[in-house]
Design a protein around this ligand. Structure first.
Ligand code: NAD
Length: 257
């Protein structure tokens, strides 16, 4: 399948799942816009590497997804947005009565509010071109909960709800909106929560991975960024044109339990 001529904007894509998704979209022929909130040369180098490897146009645009105007500014700066992948996300692990308010606010802003702003800005561009795909990277935590992740679970359930609302608003247009719900994927975000989880449960690293993280993932394997990228490319295909307002779990059976 070719996505040649389409422009994909992937928020939070200088690392982890976002970068993996951008790579698979570029492999399928889409021009890609990478994004994060930092300004280093390494970000532009990632875009140049994608361009060289896949022969597509690739740019890096700095925009902080915790700030509404910058979310909208990202879409404006991209100029074109046929495929919007709302992926930027952060995590913090703590019991709710000890949960720092600044962490709560940042998680809701980056993991949920950013998707509101980018989607609002991108839909008019999609409508002007008569085609669009909004793909929200939610989580198994958009469908189920875990202790100590109140803000993340709230944000991801919110993303799944917003996905359904946007799908209904665009149902009679050639635009779809879906959520992808990964289980555990070994990315920097997951690495970063291992120490806190070790402390919460009083376990060593290997035990946390096997008995806490992959405890609910029946496959006992992490999902990969390539699998997530392939799922996003599928959602951009004509085979997925009548799929809208739904969730696709890539979680090794987690939500089947
Ligand atoms: P990651 O930490 O590797 O990547 C997060 C990305 O978001 C990075 O590119 C980072 O620069 C970007 N980001 C963070 N704050 C930002 C901000 N203020 N503005 C712009 N960009 C910002 O994490 P990941 O695991 O690749 O997570 C990507 C998405 O997948 C997140 O939404 C996460 O919730 C979701 N997810 C991850 C897993 C997992 O197991 N890794 C599971 C389910 C869902």
């Amino acid at each position: 399948m070719s996505l040649q001529g389409k422009t994909a904007v992937v928020t939070g894509s200088n690392s982890g799942i976002g970068l993996g998704v951008a790579r698979e979209l570029a492999r399928a022929g889409a021009d890609v816009v990478l994004n994060s909130f930092t300004d280093g040369d390494e970000n532009h180098a990632l875009a140049a590497a994608l361009s060289a490897e896949f022969g597509v146009s690739a740019r890096y645009i700095k925009a902080d997804m915790s700030v509404g105007e910058e979310c909208r500014g990202l879409i404006e700066a991209a100029g074109s947005c046929d495929i919007l992948v709302n992926n930027a996300g952060i995590q913090h692990v703590a019991p709710i009565d000890e949960f720092p308010q600044d962490k709560w606010d940042a998680i809701i802003a980056i993991n949920l509010n950013s998707a509101f702003h980018t989607t609002a800005a991108a839909l008019p561009l999609m409508r002007a071109k008569g085609w669009g795909r909004v793909i929200n990277i939610a989580s198994a935590h958009g469908l189920t909960a875990s202790p100590f992740k109140s803000a993340y679970v709230a944000a991801k359930h919110g993303v799944v709800g917003m996905t359904k609302a946007v799908a209904l608003e665009t149902a009679q247009e050639p635009i779809t909106c879906n959520a992808v719900c990964p289980g555990y994927v070994l990315t920097p975000l997951v690495e970063a929560q291992i120490p806190a989880t070790m402390e919460e449960y009083g376990m060593d690293r290997e035990t946390v991975i096997k008995e806490v993280m992959l405890a609910r993932q029946p496959s006992k394997e992490f999902a990969t960024v390539e699998q997530l990228g392939g799922t996003v490319v599928f959602l951009c295909s004509s085979a997925a044109a009548q799929m809208t307002g739904t969730t696709l779990s890539v979680d090794g059976g987690w939500t089947a339990l």
